[in-house]
Design a protein around this ligand. Structure first.
Ligand code: HEM
Length: 151
């Protein structure tokens, strides 16, 4: 069977061919996007998109909780539909050697990002607590100072 079944409907095999920085496709919610021109402008960095090149990036895309604007930004890059979104999602592909590895990389990157975000949140909370402590100490010192003056 021809990899390209009919115009705008692509098999997993066909999509997987487009996984290089100069030819970068990915599937998101059953739709295929050619994000070659967008990759360098991606606010989340080019690396995450390269990791998702040629595979189903639905999970990775949703995990980041992209804004509505990000979803709208996808539309100009739409090139067609994945032949079987179902098959893509379960990573059941005709080249089991390569594709699952690439797909795992796509979601693994998000795990790292999640850890990084968690660390960022912890650091912000700690900074907030430290700042509050400094403010409390300053207030206490001021009160002590005022009470000394009044004596
Ligand atoms: C190709 C389609 C994509 C588009 C159009 C897109 C667009 C955007 C936009 C506009 C932002 C800025 C924040 C927002 O408005 O949501 C963003 C941030 C981000 N994106 Fe994407 N994105 C795409 C795919 C992906 C994929 C597949 C991943 C993950 C593997 C990813 C990971 C991220 C990350 C980590 C950020 C930074 C979020 C943060 O700083 O909190 N993006 N993206």
């Amino acid at each position: 069977m021809s990899p390209e079944l009919r115009p705008g409907v692509y098999s997993a095999q066909e999509i997987r061919k487009h996984s290089s920085p100069s030819d970068l496709w990915m599937t998101i919610h059953g739709k295929v996007y050619d994000v070659t021109a967008f990759a360098q402008e991606h606010p989340g960095g080019v690396e995450v998109l390269l990791d998702c090149g040629g595979v189903d990036a639905t999970e990775a895309f949703d995990d980041v909780a992209h804004s509505d604007l990000a979803r709208e930004m996808l539309e100009p890059y739409f090139v067609g539909f994945a032949e079987s979104a179902q098959r893509e999602n379960t990573k059941e592909v005709s080249d089991p050697e390569k594709a699952p590895e690439t797909a795992a990389k796509c979601t693994k990157r998000n795990d790292k990002l999640r850890d990084f975000r968690r660390q960022k949140t912890c650091a912000s909370v700690l900074a907030g607590v430290a700042l509050s402590c400094v403010i409390v100490v300053m207030i206490l010192q001021k009160i002590q100072w005022l009470s000394l003056i009044q004596r």
